[in-house]
Design a protein around this ligand. Sequence first.
Ligand SMILES: CC(C)(COP(=O)(O)OP(=O)(O)OC[C@H]1O[C@@H](n2cnc3c(N)ncnc32)[C@H](O)[C@@H]1OP(=O)(O)O)[C@@H](O)C(=O)NCCC(=O)NCCS
Length: 322
Amino acid sequence: MLLDERNIIRNVPHHDAVFWMLQENSVILVNRDRKPTGVLQRVSDVRYEGPALRTARGWRAGLTYFIEKVELTYPLALTWQDGCTEFFKRNRIFLYHGMRNDDVIARGEVLPFAQPVFVEPEATLPLKWFVSMGAYSYVVGPMTGNFSVGRYTSIATNVKIMGEKHPMDRLTMHPITYHFKHAKLAHELGIPQEPFDAAGGPVTIGHDVWIGEGALIATGVTIGNGAVVAARSIVTKDVSPYTVVAGAPAKPVRMRFETDLIDLLLESKWWEFNIADVPPHWSDPRRAVRELLNREADGTVQRWRPNPIDLAPALFKASITG
Ligand SMILES: CC(C)(COP(=O)(O)OP(=O)(O)OC[C@H]1O[C@@H](n2cnc3c(N)ncnc32)[C@H](O)[C@@H]1OP(=O)(O)O)[C@@H](O)C(=O)NCCC(=O)NCCS
């Protein structure tokens, strides 16, 4: 954590935090509106050799502060440090398709976290966007919006989540009646704003899903485990497990397997295992899953439960400790 000569904090994920306060063993980050934007808990010991602290009362020079636990308030923005890239390498989470971490995000880039994000090892995140993702899943290139992804899911290039909604039942659908980005203009014009949930719900993408290139997905939609979304489809409704959907709007075109095999796959939750433990009968899923369940029953293999990493606080710690 750094203080510049004007006592403004650098290297914290809250780019709008302008000063801090020490309260018992916590550091409270505060923004220009004097609202707390984050709490760093269990801070012990301080090393501070900068200018006299006007705002950080209680801090003493010549000691090192160790931050053991970071509690953040969302949304927040993280300023990328070299330690962040190293953190991804260490934890086998990837910033770009092809297991790449180097030269993807430059030091000093500011990246947003809309909410807490939990990621399992071997996942490849969308470019410069943090979402919860299960092991081995990947997104090729950029994909923004509010969505989460299970394990073993493949998402092609150019897939998009639909943008914000506008209130179609108001006199005007223009955001001037509700949006914070138009609040200044509304204030200047002396017109009131009324709340409107523009964001829509999160998109939930299951395990072993394949989403083809250029698909467009409506907010709030759930794409079931094992489903396929054909290239350029427009998904406006939930997709059932193991169903192939295509077109605009996307409609089921077929199922991947017969019903009894789908039931077996769904019941087995085979994605809870590491693929390295699955008997490799890739073209005979029934045999693969039956053998897997037998091995589980005789104790030869277990379901794989790596601790998902709570990314924002982990990156924040990595960015200050290197
Ligand atoms: C869906 C897909 C996998 C084909 O699956 P399939 O089960 O072999 O489907 P078929 O080709 O037999 O087509 C089934 C029906 O869906 C239609 N269909 C297939 N893909 C479609 C698409 N993208 N948009 C609209 N309709 C599509 C076919 O015309 C056919 O319609 P019909 O039954 O009226 O003749 C393939 O079309 C696709 O979209 N692949 C994605 C490729 C990609 O983006 N790769 C990126 C790398 S991750």
